[in-house]
Design a protein around this ligand. Structure first.
Ligand code: CA
Length: 410
């Protein structure tokens, strides 16, 4: 899964309603002596074994799948982790919609013309949106996560404060293995159990995944065709409407109150027109039915009118920034123009190549940040903060144009 951007994203809305809750001494749990953790885990497993039986996973299968699995107590830290760094929307979008992801996406579309045509035909979903989701979720199948699902989900089923949720995910995982859709070894993913090219969590897989290549197994890890079909199915189930656009960029009238905009505030196009909203090129609004206007950086930044299909994309990950990134990437894949209005910042975001250049510059100055991959993770961010202090800049940890210019100069 891509993304160090800290837009609110835990997959498929599964954990989205986690408001700030009380941490149940997770620090203590994570620091539990291994022998004690193991003992508690074993006794928990015997309960899970019974629960698996009630979910059509026989004890013998449970024993085979869980044999040798030890709890990974380090996962508990993720349950309550708050993002310490908020990515500005323009960095978030620039990180997901860049020339490399567009080029890779076009190449991927050329590789799967039949599957995409069939997905469009059967589900009515625009192929560019399907491919955009694939590109953002797993960088077109390149980054699917590395944590073994059985270990992660059994640990989180036995420790921490979301055990009943994770038990449901573990049961679905066992069923997936038991049915022979995907092997235990191939089921690796995020700490919370999102896996495969679509980054579905197991219960979502059970509801949504389809065998689109017809080999008898639903396999969103090894079969790109299954992954593309499953993504199309997800959008179709989220009420995607065939042939309708997601939206497009607009120009807002001066002084339009922020309170009038937002994804949930729907009006007719004639109402928006009367308020003075126009397409970004100044022409009149067109489109299907009721629409909302979003302006994630405020009314002085770019704004978009969004239709029902934007909500379908939103349902994939319950974050407006995420839905906008998918929508804009789909536009770029289709060859439509990018954002016309400037973001309201004097320190613009960097392309992936430029972010790599920042990393190369940092490595050259002795910072140990691993391979330059263009992804600004915690190590790079720390190095940037240190560098910013040395350069007399605000230590924001953000890789923007100003930092790159300073590094190039010095
Ligand atoms: Ca298949």
């Amino acid at each position: 899964m891509m993304t160090n951007a800290s837009a609110p994203r835990i997959r498929r809305g599964a954990l989205a309603p986690l408001a700030a809750t009380i941490a149940l001494g997770l620090g203590l749990l994570a620091g539990m002596p291994p022998a004690q953790a193991n003992a508690e885990f074993r006794s928990c497993l015997s309960q899970l074994r019974a629960e698996a039986g009630r979910n059509n996973v026989p004890g013998a299968s449970f024993d085979r799948i869980l044999s040798g699995v030890e709890p990974d107590m380090s996962l508990l830290g993720f349950l309550d982790r708050q993002p310490e760094f908020r990515t500005p929307i323009w960095d978030y979008i620039a990180g997901l919609v860049d020339e490399e992801r567009v080029a890779d996406g076009r190449a991927a579309m050329r590789q799967y013309p039949n599957a995409l045509a069939q997905a469009e035909e059967r589900f009515g979903v625009d192929r560019h949106v399907i491919v955009a989701i694939w590109g953002v979720e797993s960088n077109y199948g390149r980054n699917m996560g590395r944590r073994p699902l059985v270990q992660s989900l059994s640990t989180l089923s036995c420790f921490g404060r979301r055990q009943s949720f994770f038990r449901g995910e573990l049961m679905a995982t066992l069923q997936i293995i038991e049915r022979g859709d995907i092997s235990k070894e191939d089921l690796v993913g995020s700490w919370a159990g999102a896996f495969g090219q679509t980054q579905f969590i197991p219960t979502t897989f059970q509801r949504i995944a389809i065998d689109f290549d017809g080999d008898g197994r639903r396999d969103i890890v090894n079969s790109t065709v299954d992954a593309l079909g499953s993504t199309a199915n997800y959008l179709a189930r989220s009420n995607w409407r065939r042939g309708e656009p997601w939206g497009y960029e607009v120009r807002l009238p001066r002084g339009l109150a922020e309170s009038r905009i937002g994804r949930r505030t729907k009006r007719s196009l004639s109402e928006w027109s009367q308020m003075g909203v126009r397409r970004v090129d100044g022409s009149a609004l067109t489109g299907p039915g009721q629409a909302a206007i979003i302006a994630p950086a405020g009314t002085n930044g770019p704004a978009w009118i969004v239709f029902r299909n934007f909500d379908a994309i939103f349902s994939y990950n319950h974050a407006e920034s995420y839905a906008l990134a998918i929508a804009l990437l789909s536009d770029a894949l289709a060859g439509r123009p990018g954002i016309q209005t400037a973001w309201p910042t004097d320190d613009p975001p960097l392309s992936r190549a430029e972010r790599r250049e920042v990393q190369v510059q940092l490595i050259r100055r002795g910072y140990d940040i691993g391979e330059p991959d263009g992804i600004i993770g915690p190590k790079t961010r720390e190095a940037i903060q240190d560098m910013q202090r040395r350069l007399g800049m605000e230590a924001s940890g953000r890789a923007g144009k100003r930092l790159l210019d300073a590094l190039r100069r010095g």
